[in-house]
Write a protein that binds this ligand. Sequence first.
Ligand SMILES: [Zn+2]
Ligand SMILES: [Zn+2]
Length: 208
Amino acid sequence: MPDTQTKILFPPPGPRSAQRVEQAMKRAEVIFDERNLRFTKLRQQVFEEIVAAHGSVGAYEILGRIAERGTRLAPISVYRALDALLEAGVIHRLESKNAFFACRRLHSDDFITGRRPLFLSCEKCGAVAEVDSDGIFDIVERVAKSAQFKPRVKFVEVTGTCPRCAEAEAEAHAVTAGAPAAPKHASKPAAERTLKNGASTKPRPASR
Ligand SMILES: [Zn+2]
Ligand SMILES: [Zn+2]
């Protein structure tokens, strides 16, 4: 089984519990208050759909879910609400999928502010984890500076396989091949880093 820490990082499959959604809503309200922004009914509705989802969700998916609950909205209204939520920092956007997910600080207490996050996005189940970038942005800035390039990188996304999906994959493989399951930490993301400007870099072995 994935250890407790990785389980916290990646949300479990299925919709979030009503209790977790409620907690996240309350935290978002505080953040909106602190920033003197209005957490309007529409923004709350859009945020609730994002926070209740297991993985990231696209604008039209959000629109559809709200419609199922009986409120018909114009796409532009949803986009405006999404902009406000992004501005408040309670959600983030995955560039690669043009989809949205709730900021980890809405779910966990150990959020460290002032650090830029790295998004780990599972290609199989859509779960997204937000982890500290651990100096990656410093490297990007330094390399860009040496090329006299002004970087516009805000976030770095890494796509791959989450611990749960990697575990399920290893088990399925073990059944078909009759081989023992892979060791529990064999799940490195098949990392492909997509930078904000669309450039892709292959991971290189760390040299210190
Ligand atoms: Zn965040
Ligand atoms: Zn997964």
